[in-house]
Design a protein around this ligand. Sequence first.
Ligand SMILES: Nc1ncnc2c1ncn2[C@@H]1O[C@H](COP(=O)(O)OP(=O)(O)OP(=O)(O)O)[C@@H](O)[C@H]1O
Ligand SMILES: [Mg+2]
Length: 711
Amino acid sequence: MAANGSTEDLLEELLNVELELQDVQDEIKRLLDKQEKLYEKQSELKAVLESYQGLEQAEKDNAAPQTENWSGTFEWDNEADDIRLNIFGIPTYRANQREIINAIMSERDVLVIMAAGGGKSLCYQLPAVLRPGIALVISPLLSLIQDQVMGLTALGIPASMLTSTTSKDNEKFVYKALEKGEGDLKILYVTPEKVSKSKRFVSKLEKCHHAGRLSLISIDEAHCCSQWGHDFRPDYKNLGILKTQFPNVPVIALTATATKKVQLDLMEMLNIPKCIKFVSTVNRPNLFYMVREKSSVGKAVIDDIADFIQSSYTNNESGIVYCFSRKECEQVAKELRERGVSADYYHADMDVNAREKVHMRWSNSKLQVIVGTVAFGMGINKPDVRFVIHHSLGKSMETYYQESGRAGRDGLPSECLLYFRPADVPRQSSMVFYENSGLQNLYDMVRYCQQSKRECRRSAFFKHFAEPLQDCNGMCDNCADLCEVKEIDASGHARALVTLLQGIQEMDQRATMLQLVEKFKVKNKEVGFELKKDELEHLVIQLIIHRVLKEEFSHTAYATNAYVTLGPLAKHVLHGKKNITLEVTSGQRSLAKSSKRSRHTGLEIKLDNLRKELSSMHGGIFPHSILSTQQISMLCSQKPESTEQLEKIIGKLKTQKYGERILEVIGKHESDDEQCDDSADEEKETSVNRNARRSKYKKVVVIDESSEDDN
Ligand SMILES: Nc1ncnc2c1ncn2[C@@H]1O[C@H](COP(=O)(O)OP(=O)(O)OP(=O)(O)O)[C@@H](O)[C@H]1O
Ligand SMILES: [Mg+2]
């Protein structure tokens, strides 16, 4: 019995030792993984440091040529102005466009960083028309290429492409144009694969260059070259050979966003160390940014989205709704349709044809809203997207800037609305935590969502992209809506939360955010004023961002779960060294500044209908290629009566093609107008006004700035 007893004891002890060993091995594995990650981070940081040093040197080396005055007068000024107005139908240049065109015309290599919709295409398309020969444009996506070629063809500019969809006949035509200079071709679009994989193409290009007919090389969406960028394409890596093969042909690389590191990478990979750099602001002054509380009650958020679209965008103006997952995408599209919104979904699980069909219907304004995942990305070229709604927060400020930036590429007022609720944070964090800086990027995004009502939303973008602050001009919810902001001390709640979590951890248990909040509600009725469930969730998230709490992740066979644990600054809260305040805004908001959104007049609607009619008559080119929304606004304010007046607004080419119909619509509207005193021009309520009224009572948690150091 005794022997038996001691065998059992020994077995138990052995088991315990084995369990402990297992724990130690797990711990070693965890530490080795951590070491691996730290090594990676170390080498990445070293590379960044080197590239910064290199960039500074390169900038010094380039200092002299950069001082050239690209806004001066040039011999091609008149001809360029003529092409701009009479072919492209563009009345004036936007910031940096003229300077970039002048640098390219002076045969310099150029790197252009210009916000989405800033007008990068004109910077290479105009010199392509102006210079003799053929311009080669590298673009990453078939759909982008097709849009561009269609748009140029509508303007009467001979453009072609070589892609997987090009017919044999067309290919022959292009090769003849390259090799022999036969036929009419000014701009040729190809994907990067063509350059890196088709020897035949490169040899034709060499012949074209040899005969002096290669006018310029444009590399659009150039950030795809860099592994540090957000859309790396392996084939972009080989584009450096273009400068080696054709050293005297000017190269223009263009992208909407590139950090300093990406810029340096691009210059190196494309072999353009001496390029002239034009960096424009990331600010998109025409975008109105707003964040709304996402209700956790049933489908309230869908009701809100449908209401937003139906009350602000009654003329079928295009929009995008971004969702977190494919399933959510389909669901939201269905729910919006049930509420009478013309919506369909787009995600990576669909076959290419179905996806393309949805995209086309939307591009032609036959479908109002695309409900998409991040897969609905770079190929979107529609300039008149009036609103981008995020059903859930994105994974970083960078992606939010890109996605929301698809609104208002035509420069007209547009809205970017994000729905936020704390419960969406662990959904995202459990997806991104393994990415390099994944959590840090996500928490920056959360900061934007939970920002104090006293802070401008735009300032978050300026900070993120390391740019000096600029005036928002009332173009975000916080700047437009005056609301009373009160602060309430929530340090007691924070302390109680930390204590509760400490207790949970001491019992070797753990809790998700929702479980923690539930437990807290049950246990802590006595902490001063009572917070509602969603307010407590906001508080937990805010404590995570400020490292009082932290998220930890654990995998099951089906999912990754996010748990909340004590963070490095938990002690500060416990010892009263860090104050936490709750921001409470009053429900009554008033509009600070007058609305920036233009009104829809009867004439605008008539001209919009006309461009749609003409677009289907002209072989389905996009309505915005017939008349841009900006041109419609100018037509409405100037109401031209003759061909000469019309030409000054939309240029000769469009006047020749569509002038008669446009003048007819304006003339008829004017005579109707006189009779009925412009009753058709009933103002539609501006969305900014409406937003101000629809904003709801809300509490935001902020960490007191006066509290102890965060680090
Ligand atoms: N000077 C201008 N005046 C008015 N409209 C312009 C001007 N330049 C470009 N646009 C219009 O602005 C819209 C966006 O231009 P473009 O497609 O070139 O943007 P982009 O900078 O390439 O943006 P993205 O990064 O999204 O590709 C187009 O409809 C274009 O016709
Ligand atoms: Mg572009």
